[in-house]
Design a protein around this ligand. Structure first.
Ligand code: GAR
Length: 197
C-alpha cells in the first residue's frame, strides 16, 4: 500500500473523535494514520493517544509569551513529524494566522452543528437546543482564518427529540461525527494527491 497520509490531531477535551479516527485507521487499507496528538491543556483525549502508542505533545498557553509563539511551536512539532493534514477534534483555541498560513488547505475542524448555524463557539449544542430547532447535526470543514466559515466538506443531520438535554443531543451528534470525520479524512487521503509531501 502507498504511504498513508500523515495526520496530526489537535485536542482539548474528551477525545472521542480522536478515538474514532484512531479506530478507523486500524482497519486494513485505511489510507491515513495519526502520527501525533497535540493538546492545549491536560486533556483526557491524550490518554486515547497514549493507549494507542501515538506521540503526544502539550502546548500550554502559560508556557509561551503569546498565542502566536504557542502556535509556532505547535506548527514546528507537526512539521517535524511530516504531518500532511491537521485535524481539530474538539480543539478549543482559535488558531493564529501564523499557524493556518503554514497548513493552508490542510486543516479540518469538526463542529457540532449544521454550519453556518451556531458557529463560533464551543457551545453550539446548547445554543441549538435553546433556539428550539427541530434538527441540528455536525459539520466537517476546512479551517480558514474566518472562524467556522471555511469550505464545508461534509455534514450529517441529527433530529432534536422531545426531552433532549444538551448531553443527550450531543451524544447523538458525536455518534454522527465519529462516522463523518474518518470518512472525510479517508476521502482526502484517497483523492487529494496535492496534500502528499
Ligand atoms: C465535538 O462534538 C466537536 O464537534 C466539538 O467538541 C466536541 C469534542 O468532543 N467541537 C467544537 O465545538 C468546536 N467549536 P471529543 O473531545 O469527544 O471529540
Amino acid at each position: 500500500m502507498k504511504d498513508r497520509l500523515r495526520v496530526g490531531v489537535l485536542v482539548s477535551g474528551q477525545g472521542s473523535n480522536l478515538q474514532a479516527l484512531i479506530s478507523a485507521s486500524r482497519a486494513p487499507g485505511y489510507p491515513a494514520q495519526v502520527v501525533i496528538v497535540c493538546a492545549n491543556r491536560a486533556a483526557p483525549a491524550l490518554d486515547h493517544a497514549r493507549s494507542a502508542g501515538i506521540e503526544t505533545a502539550a502546548f500550554l498557553r502559560a508556557n509561551f509569551p503569546s498565542r502566536d509563539a504557542r502556535d509556532q511551536a505547535m506548527a514546528a512539532a507537526l512539521k517535524a513529524r511530516s504531518v500532511e493534514l491537521v485535524v481539530c477534534a474538539g480543539y478549543d483555541s482559535i488558531l493564529t494566522p501564523g499557524f493556518t498560513g503554514q497548513f493552508l488547505g490542510r486543516i479540518l475542524n469538526v463542529h457540532p452543528s449544521l454550519l453556518p448555524a451556531f458557529k463560533g463557539s464551543m457551545d453550539a449544542v446548547d445554543r441549538a437546543l435553546a433556539a428550539g430547532v427541530s434538527e441540528t447535526g455536525c459539520t466537517v470543514h476546512l479551517v480558514t482564518d474566518d472562524v467556522d466559515a471555511g469550505p464545508i466538506l461534509g455534514q450529517r443531520r441529527v433530529p432534536v427529540l422531545s426531552g433532549d438535554t444538551p448531553a443527550r443531543l450531543h451524544a447523538r451528534i458525536k455518534a454522527e461525527e465519529h462516522r463523518l470525520l474518518p470518512e472525510i479524512v479517508r476521502q482526502i487521503a484517497e483523492h487529494e494527491p496535492s496534500l502528499r509531501r
